[in-house]
Design a protein around this ligand. Structure first.
Ligand code: MG
Length: 203
């Protein structure tokens, strides 16, 4: 199983970090050891200085595929949820400044949180999902997938030109603005529409 992540997929977030608006998807990977599920607590890594939450819609891949056409992309999604792409922002800034890969800042243990899965149904419109994240009962991030620079079908098609997608792979589709630090004892809750899918603590 692999975890594929998309960076800078919402204009307002790309601009808050003073990044350029990309002309094709920005892609990076996390290993399976990054996964954190079942609302288990997230322990701040001892070496970290500023870990940011990035709330993102996560797609679960339904079946194997390569060179997937956009019009068939929906057939490759079985479930979706909200997840957190935890990012060590100081380390990422340091690596970015040197033109180095981001993995140490992005792909560490438990940096990929996933909420409870919602099965894709005929009424699901993956291009119009409202979602938000609360930290200690205050809304800190909210978005709608219609605001993605590259919607899910373009992402699946693009990614599958480079990586064979396999059943159970995950795609983190990018975060809207409002990313910020988490601290010990913070309580994070995530919602799609009004359904709570994520509820865990930082330790
Ligand atoms: Mg992200």
């Amino acid at each position: 199983m692999k975890i594929i992540c998309v960076g800078r997929n919402y204009v307002d977030h790309a601009l808050e970090l003073k990044n350029e608006i990309p002309d094709k998807p920005v892609i990076f990977l996390k290993p399976d050891t990054a996964l954190l599920k079942d609302n288990r607590p997230f322990f701040l890594p001892p070496w970290s200085t500023e870990v940011h939450h990035e709330a993102e819609i996560v797609l679960k891949i339904a079946k194997n595929g390569k060179f997937i056409a956009e019009k068939f992309a929906h057939e490759y999604v079985s479930h979706f949820t909200l997840g957190i792409d935890f990012t060590e922002r100081n380390l990422q800034s340091e690596l970015k400044a040197k033109g180095l890969p981001w993995e140490l800042a992005k792909s560490f243990d438990h940096s990929a949180v996933i909420g409870n899965w919602i099965p894709l149904s005929n009424n699901t419109d993956l291009k119009n999902l409202d979602f938000y994240l609360e930290k200690n009962n205050q809304k800190v991030q909210e978005g709608n997938t219609s605001l993605m620079l590259f919607p899910y079908d373009k992402l699946i098609s693009f990614i599958s030109n480079y990586f064979t997608l396999k059943t159970g792979d995950l795609i983190y589709t990018g975060t809207p603005k409002g990313v910020g630090p988490v601290n010990i004892n913070d309580h994070l809750t995530g919602f799609i529409g009004n359904e709570e899918v994520l509820n865990f603590r930082v330790k």
